[in-house]
Write a protein that binds this ligand. Sequence first.
Ligand code: 5AD
Ligand code: SF4
Length: 582
Amino acid sequence: MAKKIIKSLPDMAKARNRVDLPTVKIDEVMVTTRVAKFAQGRRYLIKTFGCQANIRDEEIMAGYLEKAGFTRTEDEKAANLVIVNTCAVRENAEEKVLGEIGKYKANHAKDKSFVMCVCGCMMQEEGVAEKIVATYPYVNLIFGTHNVSNLLDLLDEHLEKNKDLIDVISYPGDIVENLPSSRLDPYKAFVNITYGCDKFCTYCIVPYTRGRERSRAKEDIIAECKELVEAGYQEITLLGQNVNSYGKDFKDGTSFADILEEVAKLGIPRLRFMTSHPWDFDDKMIDTIAKYPNIMHFIHLPVQSGSDEVLRRMGRRYDKKAYLDLVAKIRAKIPDCAISTDIIVGFPDETDADFEETLDVCRKVGYFSAFTFIYSPRKGTPAAVMKDDVDAKTKHERFVRLVATIEESVSAKANAMVGHTYAVLVDGPSKKDSDLLSGYTETNKLVHFKAPTYLKGHIVDVKIDESHTYSLIGTLVGDPLSYMAKDIAKCLGEEEVVKAYFAAKKAFDEDLSLKEINAKISAKQKEMMDFSAKNDTDNYEKAKAEYLKAKQSYDGHPLVNNLLAAQDDLEPLLKEVEARLK
Ligand code: 5AD
Ligand code: SF4
């Protein structure tokens, strides 16, 4: 179609390339006058499918659009620019995506300047972009995971030439820093530490759609996390397809444990990470998690299968024993660590015996939670061409048995929480019942409880009353206002003037010469009273002179003056607190 400009199309062979080195680019975030003019008064909506990497891409695209002047809307009908951010991990995600694109036909019919974009992992698959433009002629921009930072350039070109563009690059991928970002949550943030994946598990499309494994520089990650801590974020999740690989590409000995430790030291109340590969989960990582109380005792450790033969064909690089040994090692050092997993059933030619091994792992580990999937062949991956004699019915039966087995441990662990109190980071009103709030425990368990909405974003104590296997019902422990007071105290405690005041007060309280002077002042005051009662003028005058001398040395004492100066500095802050509390 003449209206379309195909700048580049994906190529799975090129996507395997791990030879070229990545470059680090600093984005200047340029907004052309054309784009800025177009953005005026227009609203954008982004629909994201898939994993946290896609959610983070959504935040970055939202950052670009807001820099240009667009505002966010959740109302599909009111949107002037829509981005469908796709996932390619399993086939059913694709079906949902196609249905989603279909929804916006009416927007295009109503508004000729409406811009429809499709991006993400699915676009990186060969043939998909062509299929989409053939089915949905109102799609204006198609791009992939490697050129999210070109969003505004593509939009500019589309507006300038009045043409639709397809630009999906298949290359190992670069690292772009200084990305704009409009975060979806004011308390919980995702921070990318690695991009892409080099593991090439035989069933997985990710190494092709997201390119080579590449680590962000430590300073860039720390700077981003520091900003989040300063902005009051309560939780950071370090993200990577395989976080354990962090730093291996630097070839200088940097490891994931190093970055985990450095971020933990920044003082974020909750630190999480995902996903970990069981193959290179080293002791240093376990020790670091055990050492820092703000690193959550929750590890997502995908096992995928319990059968050594299936694991070998999946290219997972560990066997059942190695996985169970790792779990035992984690539990020995972090006894209360919750472990969750991903499991695929129905991998090509999986036998009953293979499947029983998977159930055995589930029983032995006792997962706290799990994501379970039926194997879905992905075109271009090695597993897609493997012989598979297992019928769909058997796969489905295994899936049902797997879910039931996992539920046994999930429910036992949840039941064991009843009667105990846990720290919960409050997300806001519960989706289940707006009279309740909901939040997550350190082990990622969803809890609903009654409490005032102003506790959103706070970490509060909740006593668990009931278990509903996948969620819990509890009661807030303590006075809700006390959590706010603690917060004010914490904020104030971090202010330099408050710190200076407490230091001056401590020096004042502990100084022995001042203690002596104060004792003298009190003694002479008492003598003055006694002599005055006896009408003994001479001695009264003598006591008075000594009192005045002591008072003078008190007033001129440097520690007294320091304290007074610190009090003066503190006063405006106290006035501000008073004003805010009114
Ligand atoms: N079929 C089914 N599940 C898959 N996953 C990845 N690729 C496939 C596939 N082709 C699952 C794995 C992975 C999770 C994110 O998705 O369990 O850990
Ligand atoms: Fe896919 Fe394996 Fe990489 Fe995970 S580690 S993203 S399953 S290839």
